[in-house]
Design a protein. Structure first.
Lengths: 286, 249, 306
């Protein structure tokens, strides 16, 4: 009985971590390249979920929902960066206020369009149900989430490591000024990374919408998690995002299961320890 | 010269950034009251060396001693408390504060007053007097209430020196004091530096060779992070290696 | 300095006179503005004067508020006891959180303070045996000070007015003191301050803890004002609104934050009478402030450049 509990919790933690990875990897890269604080990142997650929900309900296609969410919010991200955030390079307070402003506007718009009731994104039959293994039941959808995160992580890593575009991004993370100096179009790279980050967060939102649901307040609820992941993992680092997401997912789950009254605290204590040892996070290079 | 006589002593000090060796095994001893110029081509590691000495950056290797005391692991503010002061090559002032406020910060830095929370600064007459005296010595008193952001470059460079002197330092690191100054302003700066209290040990990075050699009796030459010449002015001037490096300068 | 003190005294006098004649609703709003203004000023200490953008200030506010709520409803502790314990606990929280947050700068600091703020929210939400969780703690009675009952609106308003004035004076002294000058120096150039001999970490830490103390003070008043304390008082949106108040009024002006608080409180309450789209408008105000009034209202009045 006990082993089953631990396995189930560990699995839940990993699958939640996978979701967080989608959310946080984009955030980490965005910060790495642009040093931008985007408090609307949680909003991307939530809006992605809502868009995905509508598309799924209308077209009955889960795949389309995933695509629509990612693309739509990617575009929103592009709009925000190009028209508003670009003027605020290096101004932390300005970025905070502006992105919060957008977060509030998004929240209210979502309320206006979709109302205050919580919804769940309908998932295809193929992904529902559970699989039995070693006496424990594992929801197939959660396995799907882990698979998606794995594929995305792999794709990101390969892209960063093996492609020219990836090299440009890594250069920009390392030293944006220098990268510009050797001819890399840093503003365009930044825009692309921002759009990618937003799209990934939205993808997370659609996928998360399938088991956590989409509801008002999801934006501000998920934002601190994303931040803790990048704080712990280190800004601008993909391995950091992986490590951070796993750690946070597991800690959160075990915390909630074992110490329900202190669950945020169980998240905070390890964060505190890690920061005490390495102020820039596990893999932080910024 | 024993270790106790030296104001500043570097033993095999190095600093690397990844693969780049910015400062490589620098050993030098600066005696108390000495005036020494630190020269070398661009990128030779001079400002990095200053950062290591002042504590803005940790060493990768080596030891630094201030008046015989090992300060290798000490943070910057501890070294300042021991009498070290520096200026910055790129002007590093408090842009939104007035000239007087800038100077006050320097003056109160080593006093317990800096933690006083219940009385306005204006009530600390002794501090204000000292700050004004420092400004007067650098002919900046008329600008006391001007916001630093609005000063000319030359005036800002003068304030840089004022801030470093305000704390009553024993060792002064000057990083290109004449950077960006017109020839006339450089002359004035040189005059100012000539009149510095002879008890202060001065280590100066300076690109203007004339001024550097005029104001210092000892010279250290840095090239690719290494000391390639070190000694009295005339000796270094005549050094063939040094001449070679500066043929293009 | 003399002119400002005169203006402040005049404002104080006006408020004191206006209090008893205002209708009930505006009076409670004014009281609320004063309390929240203290919170906003405490954030200005960090943001406007020390250059440290904190997104978790609701945490210390909340600790103070919950302390009072729990002590009055469970143990009937008097006003003085509640104030002391509430402020002490908030200060302690800031002392612990500061150890973690101060080592970070800029963006990291922002995110860490946000996460720490969420920790307090999480405790308020989940530690049901202590905080009654989502239901909140209700029935916090108005206090009695030395036999003087502060239960009805007008006496309580005066109590808050005096509190706000005291907080403003104390914080005002702090920012013009040598320590305050040091904070402004840190905001201007940390490296220069280090080179001059300041232990920058220590100064930032002290500022952080003091700021938390004042925020906790605001929280204690809030519990008495509202009669009800819930996790909503500690949520991220609260910290964010406080930030807006500082930005709107003008960071680094102290009184601007009080003004910003007043504006936001009144805006919020009036706007929500006419439309449900309060958040949309608030968001617009945020963006507008950044685009058109980056130094805030008082900053613009004082002709400050950014």
């Amino acid at each position: 009985m006990r082993t089953e509990f631990w396995i189930a919790q560990a699995f839940n933690g990993i699958s939640y971590g996978a979701l967080l990875f989608l959310l946080a990897s984009g955030l980490s890269l965005i910060f790495g390249v642009m040093r931008i604080v985007n408090l609307a990142h949680g909003s991307y997650f939530m809006l992605g979920g809502y868009v995905g929900l509508s598309v799924a309900l209308y077209t009955k296609s889960y795949t389309l929902a995933l695509l629509a969410g990612a693309v739509a919010i990617g575009l929103v991200g592009i709009g925000m960066e190009r028209l508003f955030l670009r003027r605020l390079r290096g101004e932390v307070l300005g970025q905070v206020l502006m992105t919060i402003g957008f977060a509030l506007i998004f929240q209210d718009l979502a309320l206006l369009i979709w109302g205050g009731d919580p919804y769940t994104v309908p998932i295809p039959k193929m992904l529902s149900g559970t699989v039995r293994f070693g006496g424990a039941a594992f929801p197939i959808y959660r396995i799907f989430i882990v698979a998606v995160a794995f594929v995305v992580g792999l794709a990101l890593w390969l892209a960063l490591d093996r492609t020219r575009a990836g090299a440009m991004i890594r250069a920009a993370v390392d030293d944006a000024e220098m990268a510009g100096g050797v001819g890399i179009n840093v503003p365009r790279v930044s825009l692309a990374v921002f759009a990618l980050g937003a799209a990934l967060a939205a993808l997370g939102g659609v996928i998360g919408g399938g088991f956590l649901g989409v509801y008002p307040g999801a934006d501000f609820e998920v934002l601190p998690y994303a931040f803790v992941v990048v704080i712990v993992g280190g800004l601008g680092s993909l391995p950091g995002a992986v490590a951070g997401s796993l750690l946070v997912g597991l800690l959160d789950n075990f915390g909630k299961a074992l110490f329900p009254e202190l669950s945020y605290f169980t998240l905070f204590a390890p964060m505190a320890i890690i920061l005490a040892i390495r102020p820039t996070g596990l893999f932080g290079r910024v | 010269m024993t270790a106790m006589d030296s104001a500043l002593r570097l033993d095999n000090v190095s600093r690397s950034f990844g693969g780049l060796q910015a400062v490589d095994g620098v050993t030098l001893t600066v005696g108390a009251g000495e005036r020494r110029a630190l020269i070398g081509p661009n990128g030779a590691g001079k400002t990095t060396l200053f950062n290591l000495i002042s504590g803005a950056m940790p060493c990768s290797a080596g030891r630094i001693s201030l008046f015989g005391r090992d300060v290798t692991g000490a943070p910057a503010h501890r070294r300042a408390a021991l009498g070290l002061a520096r200026t910055f090559q790129i002007t590093n002032l408090f842009p939104d504060l007035s000239v007087l406020e800038n100077c006050l910060l320097a003056v109160q830095a080593h006093t317990p007053v800096r933690f006083a929370m219940l009385r306005p600064v204006s009530r600390y007459g002794a501090l204000l007097d000292r700050a004004r005296a420092v400004l007067a010595a650098l002919a900046l008193e008329s600008l006391s209430d001007a916001v630093v952001r609005n000063l000319s470059h030359g005036e800002q460079r003068q304030l840089e020196i004022a801030l470093a002197l305000a704390g009553g330092p024993r060792v002064l690191l000057l990083d290109e004091p004449t950077a960006g100054l017109s020839p006339a302003e450089s002359r004035l700066m040189a005059e100012l530096l000539r009149r510095l209290d002879p008890a202060i040990t001065v280590l100066m990075i300076e690109h203007d060779m004339d001024i550097a050699l005029e104001l210092s009796e000892m010279v250290t030459v840095l090239h690719y992070g290494r000391v390639i010449a070190d000694g009295p002015r005339e000796q270094v001037k005549a050094d063939p290696q040094v001449k070679e490096i500066y043929l293009g300068a | 300095m003399g002119r400002r003190a005169l203006l402040a005294a005049a404002a104080l006098a006006v408020l004191a006179l206006v209090g008893p004649v205002l209708p009930a609703y505006p009076l409670t709003l004014l009281t609320q503005a004063l309390i929240v203004g203290i919170l906003a000023m405490s954030l200005d200490l960090l943001l406007g004067y020390s250059g440290m953008p904190s997104l978790g200030h609701a945490a210390y506010f909340g600790v103070g508020a919950y302390a009072v709520a729990i002590m009055t409803t469970e143990r009937q502790v008097g006003l003085i006891g509640c104030l002391v314990v509430g402020i002490l606990l908030a200060t302690l929280t800031a002392a612990v959180f500061g150890l973690l947050a101060i080592r970070a700068a800029g963006t990291y600091f922002l995110m860490i303070t946000l996460a720490l703020g969420m920790v307090v929210w999480g405790l308020a939400f989940r530690w049901v045996s202590l905080t009654k969780g989502d239901n909140g703690i209700s029935g916090v009675p108005r206090p009695t000070l030395l036999g003087l009952e502060l239960i009805t609106a007008v006496p309580f308003f005066y109590f808050c007015l005096v509190s706000a004035a005291v907080a403003w004076v104390l914080m005002g002294l702090l920012v013009v003191s040598p320590f305050g000058l040091g904070l402004r120096g840190i905001r201007g150039s940390e490296s220069r301050m280090q080179a001059l001999g300041y232990n920058v970490w220590l100064h930032k830490y002290v500022a952080f803890v003091l700021s938390g103390a004042f925020a906790g003070f605001a929280g204690t008043l809030w519990a008495y004002y509202n009669g009800f304390v819930s996790p909503n008082d500690v949520q991220l949106v609260t910290s964010v609104e406080t930030l807006l108040m500082v930005a709107l009024g003008g960071p680094g002006t102290l009184i601007g934050s009080m003004l910003g608080a007043g504006l936001i409180v009144f805006l919020k309450n009036f706007v929500s009478v006419y439309t449900k789209r309060w958040l949309l408008i608030l968001g617009g105000v945020y963006i507008g402030v950044i685009l058109f009034a980056p130094t805030g209202i008082v900053g613009a009045l004082r002709g400050r450049r950014r």
